[in-house]
Design a protein around this ligand. Sequence first.
Ligand code: BTN
Length: 239
Amino acid sequence: LGQTVRCLQTTVSTNEDVKEAARSGAPDGMVVTAEHQTGGKGRLGRSWDSPQNGGLYFTILLRGAHLPQAVTMVPLLSGFAVCTALRKSFSADARIKWPNDVVIGSRKVCGILCEGGTDASGSSWAISGIGVNVNNPAFPPELQKRATSLLLETGQQYTRCAVLQRILEKMEPLLESGSLPESYAPLCVSLGRQVSYFRGKQKYTGTACSITPAGELLVRLPDGQTETVNSGEVTVQGI
Ligand code: BTN
């Protein structure tokens, strides 16, 4: 990963740039970074605030050797890679909020948006778009309760390039293996907590009890039944 890295000053969204590159045959592992995004995208149609304020914004193209057979694993493996990189190399007590938010305490330090498609020759690709709050000294009032940065948590500045490098190093073997290590569960703050999710318009609340090998969340409902939740919004209560 990262043999080709394109560093942009400003762009709309690195996810859009990499999707366009993917459609025209860009290589596996290509990375686009930006200092600032004018239309950063988040999950579920939200936006991702992307000022030039210490944040690391990048997207990786995965095809061939780095595209797991189960593409649904890409978000989980990406989240796990970021979490372990922040813990090991940047002394941050990072944890995962299923499926792929990385949090420190109750605040988010990294968000991930994965997308997929096929190129002109019909071969499939996925992209993993990652936003890490590295040296952000502060957040706007509406984000202060929900967002944090490595600087705010550890009191240290880090070069964003080093953070990118450590994340890519963690991602590479995980994507090649395509499966979630057992050490995902102990790092996952959602397990054992009350979670809510929607099926259609109906809201369900239960206890998240485990992660399946396919990366789904197993939820025990109050009537004792278990359900697997594989996408959409899961709200973890208390964090
Ligand atoms: C989320 O938590 O909702 C996902 C946020 C993903 C943000 C990153 S920043 C780099 C890449 N480009 C985008 O437009 N989004 C992702």
